[in-house]
Design a protein around this ligand. Sequence first.
Ligand code: MCN
Ligand code: CUN
Length: 847
Amino acid sequence: MATDMHPQTTPEVGGMGHSVKRKEDPRFIRGKGEYIEDVNLPGQLWLDIVRSPYAHATIKSIDSSEALKVPGVLAVITGKDLEGYKLHWMPTLAGDMQMVLPTDTVMYQSQEVAAVIATDRYAAADGVAAVLVDYEPLPVVVDPFKALESGAPVLRPDRGEDKQTNHIWHWESGDKAAADAALADAEVRIAEDIYIPRIHVASIETCGCVADWDPVRQHLDLHITSQAPHAVRTVIALVAAGAGLPIYEHNIRLKTHDIGGGFGGKVPVYPGYVLAVAASFLIGKPVKWIEDRSENLQADSFARDYHIHAEMGATRDGKITGLKVKTIADHGYSDAAADPSKFPAGLFNVITGSYDFDNAFVEVDGVYTNKPPGGVAYRCSFRVTEAVHAIERMVDILAHEIGKDPAELRMQNFIQPEQFPYTTPTGWEYDSGNYPKALRTAMELIDYDGLRREQAEKRERGELMGIGISSFTEIVGAGPSHSFDILGLKMFDSCEIRVHPTGKVLARLGVQSQGQGHETTFAQIIAEELGFPVSDIKIEEGDTDTAPYGLGTYASRSTPVAGAATAVAARKIRDKARLLAAHLLEASPDDLEWTNGKFSVKGSPDRFKTIQEIAFAAYTNHPPGMEAGLEAVDYYDPPNLTFPFGSYIAVVDIDKGTGEVKVRRFVAVDDCGNIINPMIVDGQIHGGLTMGLAPALYEEITYDELGNNLAGTFMDYLLPTAVETPAWELEKTVTPSPHHPIGAKGVGESATVGAPPAIANAEPRPASSEGRYAASPRRRSTSRRPAAAPSAATGRAARRPSAGRSSASSPTCWIARSCGTWTAGTASSSWSPATRWTAIRPSCTRR
Ligand code: MCN
Ligand code: CUN
């Protein structure tokens, strides 16, 4: 792999730039990882949840009597029970309110209605089936545009008299007058409606917890799948205080264990967690709750669901002059997004992407519908995926409109390397970048010119082949704390390092790995800074009793923030080590120099002390007046975010007979600044690309007009497997972040953010399709299949009937249909996964 960064340490030390094997993997591949299902405490009870089959209904009554007769069932908790403790509603991370359990109205299909506590999981499930709930169905609002119409049922009457509407908030950014003027004056003006569908994180481990309230010690142990354990601990303490419960923050200990994937879905606080804590508090025994797969797909926080209308102006020659974007954000019945307080639409206003132009205006309106609450980022730094998709589609549409090659158009409009730091018209300061180099590298690697020739020849023969480009800019690493907080908690992060006398190291961080390899990469940062071999460094996260306070892992912030804290803490240790070495060598600290894990006297390289010798001296031979020990902690508040970027090129072949789309090649050139572990970064990109392929061709949660979730199982929610996944071809460029202590930028989400538009832009362009782009009819109906009747008004929501995985070849149809030039055989049925892809797929309005 070509990087400009060569390791400075030996492979034995394993500092930055070494592909050190992941320290966590031996336990994972031997099945010795520890997940919530592995936590079983003496006397533990089980909690299972009664869920609504209706998307909107009044609860007339809940009859628990039959359930309580089920052997093993101990209690049934309802919203009315919680109301007594003021625990039936809870705050969301976005500052809205969400029900823990409803007292009178259910707001989406699969919403929690009651909790059953039993001695084992099977008894709990039997109890759930025996709870009788009498519902009175209410009109359902599925479409966010209809939700805004006057006369639409007001879904959240609880919000106060001045807010009797389904409109949640309006947010805007940029200069509207300037953008309007630029568009009015533009020689070329294009418009497009883009729907980024609702998708859902489907981690291997679903969400769950074991809550263990000890009434004697007045102590809560909470084993939980959380990406942000400290923040959740604080939220629990605040909610408990509001309810008058004696659960204080110093008596709450969260432990995460190994988390089987997070991807943004384990940032929110779900009712199940609160119910388990409440049940344990009431009963005084440990209570376990863990979702099954369908509950996970039907009730946890979703991502995306953005209806975007974008307009772009440019000169006839292709210089972009302005951009205007209006978006409707469907948040379900509650805004439970994990967005920083100042950014209700996340970082969506990074929408000017990799391009240099002056005039942009973005506005977003949040809307309530009868769907699960949320708006988490699914491997996406607070809505950057939506932004990148919009700008990358618009640039391609512009290229097509003016008849310019999309690569050439990008090169023409890129922010140039010498323009960094670059301030965008919506106010972000990009730290560093070299966009032309990344695109050139990708074009060379894939033989872009050769492919365009091949495409032209194939077009002559009537064959369909597409080449799609995406040159994205990511925005990761929240803080800085002056702008970024969640529920008022500022977004800094932390690392504490302790060097033991024998030269072994324990470091603890405020972030939380869910599979990203932190035990390895943060050890590598310490190895780089201090010279201890990676094998001598233990990294711990996720125990709130021991780790320093931090805001957790999401938005690829661990390396940009906690990674910086790690480097700074290590440097504090090195500063003290210098004083210790000076004492041991009887030299002045200023006369010492640091190389390869030792301090030596300048000019006398054989007079030195290794870091291990210094560590021993810190406890055995430190000078008078100096504190013993070798420890440091750093709470790092980044001066800016980091802006990783990349250029992706996809080549797709479409079988005209079957409509099957094959991603033949996919080249991904990424730049995340200095790289800590090239192998781990490649792994992150492999996973991220697959998660980018997923929404482009396979994954989507849809609802029928009754609010039935049509993709609530893996039979309908098409997670790509190895079969659908092409062999990714990776390359890197290295443009260090100028403000990060080790020059690194985050990378965990880049590929998911950058990949979908590359695949969408790979739409083949038959000669006949050249011409006008205009706004396509907005997709107003989310119904794709006949409504499934809700199951009997008791117990769980209906499990969706299987649509079969026969759709493996159907997703291709969107490309066929979008061209409007020919029809694939599979595109005729009224519903197919294919037709979902009005979203990420290109507009079908060209004629
Ligand atoms: N890294 C590196 N060099 C860099 C940047 C990163 O070696 N220049 C390494 C890091 O040190 C870390 C990994 O790559 O081991 C990812 O780092 P970073 O980009 O800082 O992202 P985070 O650790 O904060 O992880 C969060 C990110 C997000 S937000 C999602 S969503 C996602 C992702 O990571 N969820 C994941 N990747 C995931 N990977 C797994 N296996 N499981 C998840 O749930
Ligand atoms: Cu963006 S999904 Mo990740 O931030 O946990």
